[in-house]
Structures are given as structure tokens and as C-alpha cells.
Design a protein around this ligand. Structure first.
Ligand code: NDP
Ligand code: GUE
Length: 294
């Protein structure tokens, strides 16, 4: 018996970044311009700090400009809105990402809705959400985009598959469902009120777990041969007392049953950043009318 295919998110993400590096170089030589990504971090959340550092380093690595704004946790909502407004107007800034979660005294929805939709590389603005669902050209959320790329790396044609997305957040579950529908899957969205969730998941040819509960999806919920995409990033304490990262799927169990599965770390996480860079290039092209090809 052969084991399941472990989907190498790091390797696929490196391919996407290499493709972006080529595009950025072509844009630079043809048009003398370089796309720019602004990342705004408010406060000291340690996990967010790591992501922001990784994003900045990889942005520079593909040849783009990285603009980082690190604000104190006491920053007022008005100050943050004023910064977003400045970035909206700055022609050197093609993409704006405001790292979530934001401190409690700031209305995150208001901040996200203030980002110019054409610079909204997270794809969280209602205009981009609407465009995604009706099938217009949109900036699409990075984690779902990366998840679809990983699924297609093992099954290039997802058409007709039964897909179950566990989780219905605006940043992962819902846009994931929209993208899988666009791939012609038959999509079910499961959530905390879903009855008999094991048996709902068990019908799926493709399972996407975005729940936020460590190892929530068990091996015996998985249909033999199914593709499993684990979006979860949970830091838990290991038996040795050290922190370690696990997903929303019990990998040890599920990998015995699945046809293909993403690990955590090294699965969806690296794809999120790669797709952010991809969206920044796309946003640059939409804003300037310039492209790598012409
Ligand atoms: N790899 C990456 O780049 C990223 C990873 N993540 C990770 O993905 C995971 C999900 O993130 P996010 O979508 O923001 O999380 P949210 O907490 O916003 O959403 C979680 C979803 O899971 C559902 N849920 C919670 N408990 C249960 C349950 N017992 N049974 C079934 N469904 C349940 C909730 O249902 P309900 O709506 O009914 O409450 C909700 O829809 C997290 O682990 C997060 O760290 C997130 C973003 C990027
Ligand atoms: N506006 C906004 N947009 C986001 O896209 C966003 C956000 N806020 N807030 C937090 C979540 C989480 N997120 C991750 C990005 C990369 C990894 C990643 O690179 N993970 C690696 C390594 C993780 C590690 O070692 O800590 C891996 O899974 O292999 C994970 C999670 C983006 N998010």
C-alpha cells in the first residue's frame, strides 16, 4: 500500500513566488516601475509580528517595494483611518493589508471598508466580495486562493467534486466556498450548528478545514482517497512543554485515509503569503493598466 500524497505547500508557494519575481522584473524593465505593498500592524500580537516580518521579507525577495507601518496598540481609530486614506492616495502603494485582529477599540469592518477596493489585496472589501460571488474580476482572498491552487496541484480538474468547507468566516470559509463553486464543485458549508458533521464531511471528495480548533477533523470523518486541505494554524503545547503548530485536522489519523493532504506547517500558510504577492502584482496591473506582457 502506498501512503497519501503530502501536498508540499512550501514548494508550490516557492513556484508562485518565482513566477511573481519574473513578472516584477518584466514590469520593471518594460515600464520602469515596481509594485508596492503596504502592511499595517497595530499592536504587539506575537503571531502577527511573525507573519508581517515574513510578508515583508518575501515582498522584497520578489523585487517589490515593501512599506511597513507598525503602530502602537494605543493608536486611535481616526489615526488608523487617516493612514489608510494616505495609503489609498499614494501612487507608490498598490496593495494595502491591515493585519487582523485589530485592537478592540477599533472597528475592523470600518477600517477594511475604507481601503480602496482596487488596493484591497486581502479581498475583504464588500466590493471585492460581491465581485467574487458574481464572477467579475476581483481581488480574491489569499488563503482560499492558495488552498485552491494546492487542491489543483493534485487534481487539476475539481469539476463535479463534492466539496465540504468546514467554517464560514468572511476571511476563509465563505470565499473558499465561492472559489470552489467557480471550480464547479458541489459545495457544502458546515459550521458550528451543522448536525452530524462527521457524516457531512464523510461525503466529501474535497475537505477544507477552517475551524480554528486544533485537530478538530478526525481521520474517520474522511472518505478514503479524499483531498484534505487544512487551513488551521493553531499553536499548542506539545508533550515536551514546547509550543508547536497543528492544523484543524488530525494529521496522523487523516493521512492514513486521505488520497492527498496538506501538512501544518508547510501547507496553506506559505501559499497565503505567495498569493498576497500575486494579488499585489494584479492590483498594480489594474491600477496602472501596465502589465508584464505588454
Ligand atoms: N493558513 C492561513 O494562512 C490562515 C489560517 N487561518 C486559520 O484558519 C482557521 C480558521 O480561521 P477563521 O476562519 O479566521 O476562524 P473563525 O473563528 O472566524 O471561524 C471559524 C469557523 O469555524 C466554525 N466552527 C467553530 N466551531 C465549530 C464546531 N465545533 N463545529 C463546526 N464548525 C465550527 C465557526 O462556525 P460559526 O460560524 O457557526 O461560529 C466559524 O464559521 C484558524 O485556525 C486560523 O488560525 C486563518 C487565516 C489564514
Ligand atoms: N489582514 C490579514 N490578512 C491575512 O491574510 C491574515 C491576517 N490579517 N491575520 C492573520 C492571518 C493568518 N495568516 C497567515 C499567514 C501566513 C502563515 C504562514 O506562513 N504559516 C507558515 C509558518 C507559520 C509559523 O511557523 O508560524 C506555515 O503554515 O507553514 C500563517 C498564517 C494570515 N492572516
Amino acid at each position: 500500500m502506498t501512503g497519501p500524497r503530502i501536498i508540499d505547500g512550501k514548494a508550490v508557494a516557492a513556484e508562485v513566488r518565482a513566477e511573481m519575481a519574473k513578472k516584477v522584473a518584466a514590469i520593471k524593465s518594460k515600464h520602469g516601475q515596481v509594485p508596492g505593498l503596504a502592511v499595517v500592524l497595530v499592536g504587539e500580537d506575537p503571531a502577527s509580528k511573525v507573519y508581517v516580518r515574513n510578508k515583508g521579507a518575501q515582498t522584497v525577495e520578489v523585487g517589490m517595494n515593501s512599506i511597513e507601518h507598525k503602530l502602537s496598540a494605543e493608536t486611535s481609530q481616526d489615526e488608523l483611518l487617516a493612514l489608510v486614506d494616505t495609503l489609498n492616495k499614494d501612487p507608490q502603494v498598490n496593495g494595502i493589508l491591515v493585519q487582523l485582529p485589530l485592537p478592540k477599540h477599533i472597528d475592523a469592518e470600518l477600517v477594511l471598508n475604507t481601503i480602496d477596493p482596487i488596493k484591497d489585496v486581502d479581498g475583504f472589501h464588500p466590493v471585492n466580495v460581491g465581485r467574487l460571488w458574481i464572477g467579475e474580476r476581483a481581488l480574491v482572498p489569499c488563503t482560499p486562493t492558495g488552498s485552491v491552487i494546492l487542491a489543483k496541484s493534485v487534481a487539476p480538474n475539481l469539476s463535479g467534486m463534492d466539496a465540504v468547507v468546514v467554517g464560514r468566516s468572511n476571511i476563509v470559509g465563505k470565499p473558499m466556498a465561492a472559489l470552489l463553486l467557480r471550480e464547479n464543485c458541489t459545495v457544502t458549508i458546515a459550521h458550528s450548528r451543522t448536525r452530524d458533521i462527521e457524516n457531512v464531511v464523510k461525503k466529501a471528495d474535497l475537505v477544507v478545514a477552517a475551524v480554528g480548533i486544533p485537530e478538530f477533523v478526525r481521520g474517520d470523518w474522511i472518505k478514503p482517497g479524499a483531498i484534505v486541505i487544512d487551513v488551521g494554524i493553531n499553536r499548542i503545547e506539545g508533550p515536551d512543554g514546547k509550543g508547536r503548530l497543528v492544523g484543524d485536522v488530525n494529521f496522523a489519523e487523516a493521512s492514513k485515509v486521505a488520497g492527498a493532504i496538506t501538512p501544518v506547517p508547510g501547507g496553506v500558510g506559505p501559499m497565503t503569503i505567495a498569493c498576497l504577492l500575486k494579488n499585489t502584482v494584479e492590483a498594480f496591473e489594474m491600477q496602472t493598466g501596465l502589465s508584464a506582457d505588454a
